[in-house]
Design a protein around this ligand. Sequence first.
Ligand code: DON
Length: 550
Amino acid sequence: MWFALAPGLLNPGIAAAASAEAQAAIASAHPLATAAGHEILKRGGNAFDAAVAVAAVLAVVEPYASGLGGGGLWLLHRAADGHQVMVDARETAPAGVKPELYIDGSGKPIRGATTQGGRAAAIPGAPAALVHVARNYGALPLAETLAPAIRHARDGFPVDERYARLAGLRERFLQARPEAAHIFLDDNHAPRPGWRLRQTELAATLERLGKEGNRGFYAGDVAEAVVAAVNRAGGAWQLSDLTGYRVIERAPLRVQYREAIITTAALTSAGGIALVQSLQMLERFETSDARSPRDAHLVIEALRRAFRDRAAYLGDADFVAVPVERLTSKAYAAQQAATIDPGAATRSEAPERGPAPAGSANTTHLSVVDAAGNRVAATLTINLLFGSGVVARGTGVLLNNEMDDFTLRADVPNSFRLRGGEANAIAPGKRPLSSMTPTFVEDAKGVLVLGTPGGSRIVSQLLLAVLDYVHAPAVDLEAIVGAPRYHHQWWPDRVEAEPEGFPAPWRAALEAKGHRLESARRKWGNMQVVFKSKQTGVAQAVSDPRGSTD
Ligand code: DON
């Protein structure tokens, strides 16, 4: 956990400087990334510069989670004029995408096609996001904000236990891909903690991005190397897929829940819509403690309805008509809430059970607020651990496997056991639905900036955190981040609970209502939260304790 520094007390000069510092806070999944953000704030950068620096360092120090070969959703708030926007830097299906790359002659999904190798990768948005946020919102040149990341990539850094464990989990996957193994393994084996990971080629790519902007990645040598690597690994990319990539600025979703205003991700995230729907359904009931069995039942039922709608209606709205207004309207929430029986679980229409979804170290989140009140919540990903495993020779860029977030067939769930429909089917130039849900919550107490990895479980984590924040009279960030989690996503028809999180009577009470409880083997999520108090102006940062143990 990394807290903002306390204000200085003695020398008024120091106190002024320190108190500006105390009004800013950064939470991220890695201390080197958080430190880079503070370094940039000290150099006169704003929250947007700091977020770019943090994101770039995360790309270097958590290469299994995010990186230049991935994408992300950035939620921004500019204090000067209250401008709020979501920068959609989601990866995009290449123009040459064809169903036969993923579905065989008998209509069956081809094993591994959306998760491994070139077919699994979609056109990265991460580099364009760094450029876009820095140029349009930052105060410092991109070359300066990328400097800490370039340093860590070039000089190397000692890997932590988390890296060692995750590389161990993916050791065979990486060994089968020499370009990746060469960079991420120590002599072809998962390293021990303390081993120095050097990424000189990635440092050079970051340097080019800093100097040349988008051209440094999406055109020229880097782009050519990326296209060649993906196609060698079975993909069907063209240079024009990269030169044509654009981030899209979208209006975030906003909803009032009791006295709080929640600003959250729009499509191509499905998470924001589910959050809005769930809050509006829950507002129809008297609730006060989302961890009590009584309220948990209502939360689960709200999630069941929101995830059912996700599967039925949601996809990239630039390609399909999505009834967002209706789904997020109070009238629809009232209708849906009326179908919730406070005494009994509704059965999902597709009640099969499935194996537990992937873990939560394969995506990352950063939250920043600065002294002026600018805010950033950004969730960044290459999807599954070490993405597709494809590294473009000479660039250090590891490509995502975000194609797995599309729906291949209505009856085939993805790695997060998510089902979907035609609206989320693969098409050239389309963006796959995401669960990433960067969010702001604002009320009389202050402003909360938050988000987390966890695939489909992102949505329930955000919902619980927002409920906890709004329901509690005082702000306790550690309680919000540390409280035990449960999750439901319509299909499979079960409720997952974190191990040791819930006592037997809690489980019994939910089972008595007809819920199928399942104890997850591991805890999930790695929530990063900052809070700025309206009363004092002081900002705090808290990182999920699970981040060091997951
Ligand atoms: O965009 C999504 O929904 C997924 N690609 C996010 C993956 C994720 O959070 C994995 N972390 N556990």
